[in-house]
Structure formats: C-alpha cells, structure tokens
Design a protein around this ligand. Structure first.
Ligand code: SAM
Length: 281
C-alpha cells in the first residue's frame, strides 16, 4: 500500500475569500484534518459545506499525536494540517510533526496561502529584499528590551507578532532601545473590516496608538526598519562592551574594550553610560 501525504494547508487570516481553491480541495479530500482548535476549523469547514473527522493538534498534545498520525500516514491515509489562521508552523503548532513525518520519509506537501507576516511586509513600504521574523516578542518589558538590544544594529527589516494589549508598552521599549526616530509600521487586522496600516517614527506611532484606543485591539504585526548601516567595527565594540558591562564596573568595561578593539577609552565610556541609561529607562 502506498503511504499517505501530509498537507500543510494555509487558511485565511480574516477574510474567508482568501481560502484558495487548492486548499478547499485538499481539505475536502483529506481523510483526516488535524487542527489547532477543532472548533475554529469546524467553522471553516462549515463555510465550505464540509463536515469531516478532525483531530486536535496543539502545543500541549502535539508529541502524543505524532505517533497516531504517523500510523495513519503509513496506512495510506492523507492528513491535512491547519492552524486557526494563516500558515501552520508560523508561530503555530506543527514543527515537531513535520520533522517526524519527513524523518519517516513520508511526503509533506505545502498548500501555500495567507500568512500575516508576509502580508504585512508586502504592504509596509519597508525593504523586502532581506528581513527577519522574530515571532512573538517576550511579554515582559525586560525581555522585550533585551530582544531589541540584540537586534538594535540589525540592518534587515524586523518583523514581530505582538499582542494588542502590549503594543503601547512595546513601542515604549522600542523607543528607549532603538530611539524615537526609528521607522515602524503597525499592520492591524489585515484582510478584516478594520484593516489599518500605519507607518511613522516610533515616537509618532506611540502617540497615535495612545490617542486612538481602537489601535490597541485586534491582531497586530509590528515591523521595524533595519538600522542604518554602521561599520562592523562599531557593532563589535558595542557588543564586547555590553558583554563586559554585565560583570565589570563601567570604567573597567570601557577600558578593556578599548584595549581589545584599539579604540578610544573615553568614547567607549560615554557609550557605556548610554547603554546603561537605555537599560534603566
Ligand atoms: N500562522 C499565522 C500566520 O501565518 O501568520 C500566525 C499565527 S500567530 C498564533 C497569531 C498572530 O499573527 C497574531 O497575534 C498577530 O500578531 C498575527 N496575525 C494573525 N492574523 C493577523 C491579521 N489578520 N492581521 C494582523 N496580524 C495578524
């Protein structure tokens, strides 16, 4: 008997009209639909006029499900994996399953379609040739600032998923680490009634979100323009300095970095003060 196929099926991120004809066909013909939340997917299947067997597959049961899904695939059944919205595995369950199925040399077929990060990037007006997707930002301010510190000198466009309840606090952290002038884009409720795409500096966008509480609702992709190109040398100095500052007094960290990099001690001490201030803000 020939083995089945695991289909990774993208579903709409808001507008049901975005369900592709191929996704509809695969979902109708699959023996089993593995869904992140069967109640959410039941609505999608209803919309298609389908009522078929579903299995839940979410972050808490994914490991247990793998074995039974592998058996079904080995028995020749076809399985369609969907998440609540968008492309499965993108900040959604599915990675351990795909890994296991590929390891078992069973075919995995993509059924491409909506994905919030790509939709947001495509309309952002920010460079699209190179970008980084970081998924969800940490929920605590200290974690977010740490992440922004790490990415502060990154020249590629940065893309994050962020909760609407945290967007203001997040922009605040971004401002303190990357400065008020860094350009950002907030892409909210894409493909839905209240779709909004706002570009501006961090400071202006923060004000805009503060002034209009509706901007703190719904689903959000946050994009941040990459850093202007800075010499690699300066980036290395700052990295070394930041690391040494974790264990040494500022003056000593600056002096050591100056020795290691052959740079000016005073300038590095000033830089150390700035880094310290941005962390304490
Ligand atoms: N797998 C999905 C995808 O392909 O984009 C992402 C799932 S992740 C659990 C959900 C997050 O994606 C939301 O919190 C939000 O950041 C983003 N998102 C999903 N739908 C969106 C939409 N219609 N507009 C803006 N952001 C959206």
């Amino acid at each position: 008997m020939s083995e089945g196929i695991l289909y990774i099926v993208a579903t709409p991120i808001g507008n049901l009209g975005d369900l592709s004809p191929r996704a509809t066909e695969v979902l109708s013909q699959a023996d089993v639909v593995a869904a992140e939340d069967t109640r959410v997917t039941a609505k999608l299947l209803q919309h298609m006029g389908e009522n078929k067997p579903m299995l839940s597959l979410h972050e808490h049961n994914e490991q247990q499900r793998i074995e039974s899904l592998l058996k079904k695939l080995q028995a020749g059944e076809s399985v369609a994996l969907v998440s609540d919205a968008g492309t499965p595995l993108i900040s959604d369950p599915g990675y351990p399953l795909v890994k296991a199925v590929r390891l078992a040399s069973i075919k995995v077929v993509p059924i491409p379609g909506p994905c919030a990060l790509i939709s947001a990037l495509s309309v952002s007006g920010l460079p699209t040739d190179k970008f980084i997707f970081e998924g969800f930002l940490p929920s605590k301010s200290s974690g977010r600032r740490g992440k922004f510190e790490e990415l502060k000198h990154e020249v590629r466009t940065l893309i994050f998923y962020e909760s609407p309840h945290r967007i203001l606090a997040c922009l605040d952290d971004l401002e303190s680490v990357m400065g008020a002038e860094r350009e950002v884009v907030v892409a909210r409720e894409l493909t839905k009634t209240f779709e909004t795409i706002h570009s501006g500096s961090v400071a202006e966008t923060k004000q805009w979100v503060e002034d209009d509480k509706n901007q703190q609702r719904g689903e959000i992709v946050l994009l941040v323009a990459g850093a202007p190109f800075v010499k690699q040398e300066n980036q290395d100095q700052e990295r070394i300095l930041t690391l040494l500052m974790q264990d040494l007094p500022l003056k000593q960290a600056a002096a050591l970095t100056a020795q290691i990099c052959g740079a000016k001690r005073n300038e590095l001490y000033q830089k150390a003060l700035e880094i310290k201030a941005s962390k304490e803000k």
